[in-house]
Design a protein around this ligand. Structure first.
Ligand SMILES: [Mg+2]
Length: 180
């Protein structure tokens, strides 16, 4: 006998990704950077490898060499930081440890991205995503977006959609992504 609703409870994948990770990690370490344009520079302070949203809004391209930015940094109030991989590794470990509490299956995909196995209706999973987002923000101090879908690829797409459409509040289930 088939049970109604069973399909909606099929295992799903949540993709969690920290927004502009290095800049967010620096802010978690030094909250006075909140709201300011921040870039993190590559090894030997060569070029911008991460930009906070405020730095992106200034039109600073990813990979822009520091020598081109330096003359205008003061005028912009731009904060440029040397990369601190020890800090990023520490923040990453704390994010992954927290996420691990929400699933028996966690795949750390990169320093700031993970896939989690989750189960529930789309509404339940969006609620779970919001809980994870709020908990990471509160306990570690970095912003994340969450995409949820039946596969990893679609979960990444749902996450991208959440990131680019503020109305979603950083959490999106694939069912809510408009099909074109
Ligand atoms: Mg990221």
């Amino acid at each position: 006998m088939s049970k109604p609703g069973v399909m909606r409870h099929m295992p799903q994948i949540a993709h969690v990704d920290v927004n502009c990770f290095y800049a967010s990690a620096e802010r978690a370490f030094d909250p006075s950077l909140e709201g300011r344009p921040v870039i993190v520079l590559s090894n030997n302070d060569g070029c911008a490898v991460t930009r906070s949203p405020e730095a992106k809004a200034l039109g600073i391209p990813l990979g822009e060499p520091w020598f081109k930015l330096a003359p205008r940094a003061k005028e912009w109030g731009l904060v440029a930081l040397s990369s601190n991989y020890e800090l990023y590794g520490d923040i990453s470990a704390r994010v992954m440890e927290l996420l691990g509490r929400y699933s028996a299956w966690l795949e750390v995909y990169s320093i700031d991205e993970a896939f989690l196995g989750v189960k529930g209706t789309p509404a339940e999973l969006v609620a779970l995503g919001r809980t994870m987002k709020a908990t990471v923000r509160r306990n570690v101090g970095v912003p994340v977006c969450v995409g949820i879908a039946p596969t990893k690829t679609l979960a990444k797409l749902a996450n991208k959609w959440a990131k680019n459409n503020p109305a979603f509040g950083g959490v999106c289930h694939w069912d809510s992504v408009p099909r074109r």
